[in-house]
Design a protein around this ligand. Structure first.
Ligand code: GLA
Length: 694
């Protein structure tokens, strides 16, 4: 009997009489030791291809003698404490006919109720074995019904939530885009059992894979209505020849199991990420002004310096220079050329990036810069010099996505070059305080000039190459925060977030769309990772509405201050100021999603500080209907017997709050059971409410 447990979850394995490993239980923690003997045997934990199972296996191997089967028997297991509240259990399995070893790793985070799993595969056959399936994790559930929530979409409408019941057969959620891998679907899911999940009730397993490349989740309901969930790298065109004594380590799969709905599952992930996974998880984040939408490619030194003045006026921490600052033979005047040539464009920046860093310093703000180091435009000096560094089929026409191609990161020389881009900028201009690291193209026409006869390794080695680079960046510049971007949310996974402090969820900054997109990503990612900028998308919404939406995440601006009237400008300055005060609650607090935008015409969310001393509530009226009935919004996460003062903040200059009961003191009990009339009948109205214990 092997127990893998957190504060609330038990995952129990047992070795059967036949020596194989079975998963006997997954669910709410079983606290009475003797009960576990009554558990049914369950299903073989990590099912193999070629034996008696009739459904999708976790692993498939072709041995040297041509035998395609694997039978795994328990050999040993061990547990150790990694740190207080974090334990690792490793179960070692072996085939008794072939020298193949499979180690199942489970790391448990007691308090956060997260379990991290991965698998190590190795062998001692003479020649390489061929791995064609190699799951990070296989989990089994045996319940009446299963409901799967996926997060899919496309550029500018990422992470749309859809839920469906699973019937007999398979539902596969996967990607084969290679580099901008999550463009159509995010690498996480929610799986509710017995009934569709709700925010505050019901059992839901939430899982996500840490792999910045092709992933696959397979949900298969079998003839007995049992569900298996297989998570890992997408094995599509990724058969892997594994040499003897080399360990194939899968990516990590992380999951939580909540017995109080999705909200608790999200809070588990947020807490765990901040404490254990995210780069600078325990640190705050910088507000910024980005020039992308203010200028696109059309800027020069003078223009940028004047935008820095706007950043100073706004009161943000940093100015972020976006795309368009580099390349000379083919200057980056648009997205059709220059990628790959990372020297400053002389006409635009005659005094280089150095001058900009200096100016920012003089003005008392930080300076950040955009790069897209894994890519190349065919119109570039890099392409002319190093066609052999580019992923492309040698005998076919090139296919361009956003006029560009992906560099072959399986090649160590390319890894050096990509690392060198960051290293050179940081060496020349050590004052650079932030990078926005973009990745706009998926891999197409896949072929690596470097890998030669191992083409099916490319999807995997490419991602490993990326991690080598990011590891080097992190080792040399440990205090450098970076934003992960991929044409919006094309990359959004927890392995990447070991290296990145935050990510860009979408190029779509229409605040109404963002209410949905941020709602989607908030299911697994904490607010400090979700970059949210105030822009000019959807001018039907007020600057206040746009700012209020952006304040729910990591606030930034991408807008020309000079185009705003003085009222709006004043409001933005005040909002930045407010945000700075609220940062500890918004970035470190517990998120409670109160009213879903998917449910109708309004939405509301709140953050509560860990000590329950203060909270901030956001509410939005999107499209109220004529004479619709409006109910109070019941708050959550407060202390019932504590008194809280409720105060509307972030108002337009000179505006007074129209919130009934504003600036009154209520008990937590009242606020959570009766609630506040936050919603209005006005189109596109928004409110930010501070709730502070007296
Ligand atoms: C991508 C990003 C944008 C911007 C542009 C620059 O589309 O998502 O935020 O940086 O590239 O070309």
């Amino acid at each position: 009997m092997i127990k893998v447990e957190t504060g609330n979850i038990s995952l129990i394995f047992q070795v059967g009489d036949n020596g194989r490993l079975y998963q006997r239980y997954l669910g709410k923690k079983l606290t009475h030791a003797s009960d576990v003997n009554f558990l049914p045997q369950g299903t073989e934990a990590y099912l193999t291809h070629g034996m008696e199972d009739y459904f999708e296996p976790a692993i498939q191997i072709l041995h040297n003698d041509g035998n395609p089967s694997l039978l795994l028997k328990y050999v040993t297991h061990s547990s150790r404490q990694l740190e207080a509240g974090v334990n690792e259990t490793v179960i070692t399995l072996e085939d008794d006919k072939y020298p193949v070893t499979v180690k199942l790793h489970y790391t448990t985070y007691d308090k956060e109720n997260i379990i991290k799993t991965f698998t190590e595969i190795s062998h001692r056959e003479k020649k390489p074995v061929l791995l064609s399936k190699y799951a990070s994790s296989m989990l089994h559930l045996n319940r009446a019904k299963y409901f799967l929530t996926e997060f899919s979409g496309d550029w500018a409408h990422e992470a749309n939530i859809t839920e469906r019941e699973l019937d007999f057969g398979k539902k596969v959620v996967d990607t084969k885009l290679g580099s901008r891998a999550d463009m159509f679907v995010s690498p996480f899911f929610q799986l509710s059992v017995d009934r569709a999940s709700e925010e505050n009730s019901g059992e839901v397993l939430v899982g996500t894979i840490g792999w910045t490349g092709n992933f696959r989740f397979t949900f298969e309901v079998d003839n007995k209505n049992e569900l298996r969930i297989i998570s890992g790298i997408n094995p599509y065109f990724s058969e892997y020849q594994l040499p003897a004594n080399e360990v194939f380590r899968t990516p990590d799969f992380y999951f939580t199991y909540s017995f109080e709905g999705r909200g608790q599952a999200s809070r588990n992930f947020h807490d765990w990420a901040r404490k254990h996974q995210l780069k600078d998880g325990d640190k705050t984040r910088m507000t910024l002004l980005n020039n992308w939408e203010a200028t696109y490619f059309n800027f020069n030194e003078e223009k940028l310096i004047s935008l820095m003045d706007e950043a100073v006026k706004l009161g943000v921490d940093m100015f972020l220079l976006d795309d368009g600052w580099f390349a000379n033979k083919y200057p980056r005047s648009g997205d059709h050329q220059g990628l790959g040539d990372w020297d400053e464009t002389k006409d635009k920046l005659p005094n280089g990036v150095g001058r900009l860093v200096e100016e920012a310093k003089k003005k008392g703000i930080k300076f950040g810069i955009w790069i897209e180091p894994e890519m190349v435009n065919p119109k570039s000096e890099l392409y002319e010099k190093h066609k052999d560094w580019v992923i492309h089929l040698p005998n076919r026409d090139e296919y361009y996505f956003r006029n560009q191609l992906v560099l072959d990161l399986s090649n160590p020389a390319v890894q050096d070059y990509v690392f060198g881009i960051v290293d050179k900028l940081m060496t020349n201009y050590p004052g650079i305080a932030f990078f926005k690291w973009d990745c706009n193209s998926p891999i197409t026409n896949i072929y690596s000039p470097y890998l030669k006869n191992k083409q099916s390794h490319l999807y995997i080695e490419h991602v490993r190459g990326l991690y080598n680079v990011l590891e080097r960046v992190k080792a040399k510049y440990p205090d450098l925060p970076m934003m992960l971007c991929s044409g919006g949310g094309g990359r959004s996974d927890y392995e990447a977030l070991k290296y990145f402090t935050e990510f860009w969820p979408s190029d779509n900054t229409d605040p109404i769309e963002r209410l949905f997109i941020q709602w989607g990503y908030s299911q697994v990612f904490p607010s400090k990772t979700l970059c949210a900028h105030v822009t000019t998308w959807n001018r039907n919404t007020s600057v206040k509405f746009r700012t209020d939406v952006a304040m729910m995440g990591k606030l930034g601006f991408d807008i020309k201050l000079e185009d705003m009237n003085s009222n709006d400008q004043q409001f933005c300055r005040q909002a930045v100021n407010n945000y700075n005060q609220l940062k500890p609650v918004i970035l470190e607090g517990d998120l409670y999603r109160l009213v879903s935008p998917y449910e109708g015409n309004h939405t509301s969310s709140m953050y509560v500080s860990k000590n329950k001393q203060s909270a901030v509530v956001f509410s939005f009226d999107i499209h109220p209907r004529y004479a619709e009935k409006s109910l109070p919004v019941r708050l959550q996460g407060l202390e019932k017997d504590r008194k809280y003062r409720v105060k509307e903040i972030n108002l337009m200059p000179d505006a007074n709050s129209s919130l009934s009961g504003n600036d009154q003191v209520y008990s937590g009990e009242y606020l959570m059971n009766v609630g506040l009339n936050l919603f209005t009948t006005q189109q596109l109205n928004s409110r930010v409410i501070q709730v502070i214990a007296e």
